[in-house]
Write a protein that binds this ligand. Structure first.
Ligand SMILES: *Cc1c(COP(=O)(O)O)cnc(C)c1O
Length: 378
């Protein structure tokens, strides 16, 4: 590993074996339902090609992306797979669907009308229907969906292969909206007899068999992130992010560091200056101090170095961060060492929490300044 990275400043180590294990675990938890994989946003920042190839080899055949462009990019890596495009089809992009064998998700009456018009020119083509059962984001209303199911004028060429809905509160297992969405979705399932049904994202899989229907759609859990609040995360970390220490400084008690003097030193300290900043998705809100908008957490993120957690100091800047290494043996820490930001030893969700955000956002904002090494699945 060190050879690949000898010249790197920041590095991501991406464990594809853990990725495959996580998907298999979600498949096992999904019981008799088939398990898809959600790969929107470049597979949550990890990369379409390695993720798709790994999950395809593990047995995944159903994939979800957000946009048609993502579907086109993903197509070559999932030769026999079905790719569902969550944003759906609109005038001007229908050829991209047809030419790349992508399945549009129909989210509204407008999209439905446009898809029907496209069908009358092209003939039969698969689609999925998204029904909103309580999130008020995308989807036909339940009433619109039921009317469509019972519409005798529905053309025979219109044959959805999937009806889906999305849970708004599945990360909170006790939330009453989960049950209400389930009941609404069951009514849709009854009306669309014979059509495959899909409700559960990662957190929804953990809600149990009632929520699994025919196809589950995990994303974050496959990438090792936390899906359910207040429950220990059973998944393996997939991404380890490390950054290089550029300099070790000695600072006297009473001095300050970083912008705004936001790092305050109440003892003589040794400080590691690390090549990581908010331009690398290490959000400013994870700062050790000096960030006025953050209220929930008093301290910021920690790094991991030579077997110990070390606190972030002061504000994260665009390209640089300070960490307190005073408590590590003096000769142990050197310029050129790598510090772990999250991964094997520091949960990505703990860093996210320190910054008032979620692992999803940490992963999808990693940026382009990391060298990436993919540890193969087998
Ligand atoms: C992103 C997304 C998922 C995956 O959600 P996770 O919480 O990452 O498991 C599933 N379904 C839809 C409609 C989504 O937008």
């Amino acid at each position: 590993m060190d050879d690949i990275f000898s010249a790197a400043s920041n590095r991501l180590i991406i464990d594809l074996a853990a990725l495959a294990d996580n998907w298999r675990k979600m498949a096992q938890l999904s019981g008799s339902a088939r398990t898809a994989a959600v790969l929107k946003a470049d597979a949550y920042g990890i990369g379409f090609e390695p993720v798709a190839e790994t999950l395809y080899a593990a047995g995944a055949r159903d994939f979800f992306v957000a946009t048609v462009e993502e579907g086109v990019e993903l197509r070559p890596y999932t030769p026999e797979g079905r790719i569902f495009v969550l944003a759906g089809m609109w005038p001007g992009n229908e050829k991209q669907f047809f030419n790349n064998d992508l399945v549009p998700v129909i989210n509204s009456e407008e999209q439905l009308a446009f898809f029907m018009a496209a069908l009358s020119e092209r003939g039969e083509y698969p689609c999925a229907l998204h029904v909103d059962t309580g999130m008020n984001r995308l989807g036909l209303t339940v009433d619109e969906a039921l009317a469509l199911a019972n519409d005798p004028a529905r053309p025979a060429s219109f044959s959805p292969v999937l009806a889906m809905s999305h849970l708004a509160c599945a990360d909170d297992q006790a939330h009453p909206l989960n049950r209400r969405q389930l009941d609404a979705f069951r009514a849709v399932a009854d009306a669309f007899e014979g059509v495959e049904m899909s409700l559960a994202n990662s957190a929804g899989v953990h809600l149990g068999p009632d929520y699994h229907f025919d196809l589950t759609r995990p994303g974050i859990a496959v990438y090792g992130g936390e899906a359910v609040n207040d429950v220990p995360n059973p998944m393996k970390p997939v991404v380890t992010a490390e950054a290089r220490i550029l300099q070790i400084r000695s600072v006297k008690s009473g001095q300050t560091g970083s912008y705004g003097g936001s790092a305050r030193f109440s003892r003589d300290s040794r400080v590691a200056v690390v090549a990581i900043g908010y331009a690398d998705g290490y959000h400013r809100s994870v700062s050790g101090g000096g960030v006025t908008l953050r209220q929930a957490h008093i301290s910021g993120a920690f790094g991991f170095l030579h077997g110990q957690k070390v606190p972030h100091l002061g504000r994260v800047t665009m390209d640089l961060s300070l960490f307190d290494v005073t408590d590590l043996p003096e000769n142990l820490v050197r310029a050129g060492d790598y510090i772990e930001l999250f991964g094997e030893n520091i949960a990505i969700d703990d860093v996210a929490r320190a910054g008032g955000t979620i692992g999803y956002e940490m992963l999808t904002s990693l940026g382009r300044r990391y060298d990436r090494a993919y540890v193969p699945a087998d």
